[in-house]
Design a binder for this molecule. Sequence first.
Ligand SMILES: [Zn+2]
Length: 387
Amino acid sequence: MIKWEALDKPKEFRGLGFIDTRAMNSALLCKWIYSIESGDKLRRSFLWRGRKDARGGHCLVAWGKVTRPLELGGLGISDLKHLCWALRMRWVWLKKTEPHRPWAALPIQIPGQVYAFFSIAVISEVSNGNHTLFWTDRWIHGQCIADLAPRLLEAIPKRRVKQRTVQEALTGRSWVLDIKGARTVGVIVDFLHLWELLYNFELEPDVEDVHIWRFSASGKYSAKSAYEGFFQGSTEFGPYERIWRTWAPPKCRFFLWLVAHNRCWTADRLACRGLPHPVQCPLCDQEDETINHLLVSCVFARQFWYLLLRQVGLHSLSPQPSDSSFDIWWEKAIRATSGLMQKGLNSLIVLGAWTLWNHRNRCVFYGITPNLGELSPLLEKSAGCGV
Ligand SMILES: [Zn+2]
């Protein structure tokens, strides 16, 4: 007999030139990974430099953080790797819920992470048990056997684990015959536990199994819910609403996003990297420059905020000498107001912070003297904004 691998070879290598689906899948996977990496490099370069050749030093925030949703501290740019995983999960979902499709039996190259996510995302309600896997699916009160009897699962051959349906396993309790490994005390304890759970379980031969997608209200798979599912359990980004729900222009919001991540090139960060930096704060020339000092605890900044907020009658909210964190002062000021006034004040603070930063840059790079008169355009405009 001729081996199948020999037939897969090209004709010039004495094969029949059949398509080797595994090799093709691997080639497609390599191309996919390469496309993601090169696509990410281009997007990263465009974001930080507006060109295609940005280097590590140009990128102020790690790309993994940039591609998180807004409420998790990113810019809401899609993470291509997770997006591709979410899309590829559709094949696994269709294989499970529509097993009669003609391609369902073909091997599909899916990363292990997709299967791992799928296994926690789907709960099966067993009726006839034909399309639910006994050893791997979550079908016993929303749990799988890996959760309920992990030591017993280790005693089952891998091939059986992947193929045994609930219907096959429960007919004549043939799942007991699948146990091939050593009967240790742990295996026996898990076996008895599983036996007890399944003792009164009965199949309904005329009713199909139902598979429920946990990450959407409808119980059906969607690429959006799968993509969002990859961020489940992530820590929420505190200043998210204050930064992005304002009337301030996008460039100001982007600056505040950098402030929240402490990624502005103030003297403390420049000094850490051994780069030239101002010895003292360029605005007050009294203290070391940090982003918190520059925006809230600097004498110049406090005076600026007082004058700015006085024009809208909110000078009582201006920072006090005890305020040392811009983020904490910002939240405190916002909480003191509500409704439209809150949104107006928030926008004013975003604009004010951006103006202070620009003024600081003019002092550093053009050598001008700090002067509140230079900031008068904003001080005058805010009087008419109706806050
Ligand atoms: Zn200062």
